[in-house]
Design a protein around this ligand. Structure first.
Ligand code: PMP
Length: 404
């Protein structure tokens, strides 16, 4: 059971006010707030352990290395990877996808090959493939959605051809909230011997993810959306696949030996980690993962599901409410418009009431185009949000509506 009173005390920012009103933070899909233990991990490491990792024989360097490599093991356990060699630290989901698009494209893609994505992807799972398309002449094929915001599975199946090289889809939509049936999606791709990358930016913070159970080749997520620091992310990859890929960037750490005649590359995972990693951030990520693990991912999912259902029911009582994304499998993201009130007006006026929501296209312009709208207002919940905050959101929307 989630003890909301105790949990909220762990997040100092939730106690603050904006415009003299208690902060109601409902922008968790953009980034989550940080528990005290994560912030303390950052200051403590800078104050008492800081030294560059891997290269030093001295005490601090070894201690920092132990923390950094220990974090890799924490991530491995958190997503149930087979080996910590399969955990590549990056700057975030965006860099993880760019890394894969570049490295996979280098060895596996030729002109005329095809990549499958979907209409509900974030720009970070569209543009890297467009860059690959420009570089290699690959074609991007797009899975459409139905009116509830669910992927059309028959259309997905029909997109495969002899030239399909990779499927890259989001686990949970950051606009519609739809939880895609990724296990089924992966199994279908495997029937065609096609590997899969899943964008887990919106899933890892909200549900138990088991990469072995999914049998997925590649999986990406960001630390800052799972209560960890900014600037750190993860690319999981099956070892056999990562071994086949060339390095992404060159520099220190990623080499075995450098000479002007011939340079050899380091083993996994270091082959993909050129330069000094954000070792302070990786330690803080591990602290964040331990923190949510202690609460329990299943408990978090159950609580957020209850909160989202409550919010959906309450929001539907508002006159003129249009909700985008009504899948039965829905994460804690609700996008909406009310009457003909512009999303920016709604967001700005809610802000004045202390309610933080996001407005706009949410880095999913192709999805907006397919919905025939410019943008939405988006409320997204975390396990520290309450029904009282949902009530404040609904009251705020009603107040704004009356003004128009
Ligand atoms: N994919 C999805 C589904 C997202 O919601 C986001 C963040 N909004 C990203 C990718 C990109 O994550 P980041 O900016 O942390 O790299």
């Amino acid at each position: 059971m989630i003890n909301i009173e105790t949990i909220r005390k762990d997040f100092p920012i939730l106690q603050r006010e904006v415009y003299g009103k208690p902060l109601v933070y409902l922008d968790n899909a953009a980034t989550t707030q940080k528990p005290r233990c994560v912030v303390e991990s950052i200051t403590n490491e800078y104050y008492s352990v800081n030294a560059n990792v891997h290269r030093g024989v001295h005490f601090l360097s070894q201690q920092a290395t132990e923390l950094h490599e220990g974090s890799r093991k924490t991530v491995q356990r958190f997503i149930n990877a087979r080996s910590s060699n399969e955990i590549i630290f990056t700057r975030g989901t965006t860099e993880s996808i760019n890394l894969l698009a570049f490295c996979f494209g280098e060895v596996f893609c030729e002109e005329g090959d095809e990549i499958i994505i979907s209409v509900m992807e974030h720009h970070s799972n569209i543009v890297p493939w467009q860059l690959l398309a420009a570089r290699k002449g690959v074609t991007i094929k797009v899975v459409p959605i139905n009116e509830k915001g669910e992927l059309l599975m028959e259309d997905y199946k029909a997109l495969f051809s002899e030239r399909t090289k990779l499927v890259s889809l989001t686990h949970v939509s950051n606009v519609l909230g739809t939880i895609n049936p990724v296990k089924k999606i992966i199994a279908i791709a495997h029937e065609h011997n096609v590997p899969v990358l899943i964008d887990g930016a919106q899933s890892v913070p909200h549900m138990k993810v088991d990469v072995q159970d999914l049998d997925v080749e590649f999986y990406a997520f960001s630390a800052h959306k799972v209560y960890g620091p900014t600037g750190v992310g993860v690319l999981y990859g099956k070892e056999a696949w990562l071994d086949k890929l060339p390095p992404y960037q060159g520099g220190g750490e990623m080499i075995q030996h450098v000479s002007f005649e011939k340079t050899t590359f380091n083993e996994l995972p270091f082959k993909f980690e050129a330069g000094t990693p954000d070792y302070i951030g990786t330690t803080a990520l591990a602290v964040a993962l331990d923190y949510v693990s202690k609460i329990g991912m299943d408990e978090i999912a159950a609580y957020e599901n209850e909160l989202t259902t409550y919010a959906m029911n309450r929001l539907k009582t508002v006159k003129g409410m249009r909700i985008f994304g009504e899948s039965s499998q829905k994460g804690s993201v609700i996008s909406f418009l009310v009457g003909d009130i512009h999303h920016l007006d709604m967001g700005t006026l809610l802000d004045r009431l202390g309610i933080a929501v996001r407005t706009g296209h949410h880095c999913a312009q192709p999805l907006m185009q397919s919905l025939g709208i410019e943008g939405t207002v988006r409320a997204s919940f975390a396990f520290y949000n309450t029904k009282k905050e949902v009530d404040a959101l609904v009251a705020g929307i009603e107040r704004v509506s009356k003004m128009f």
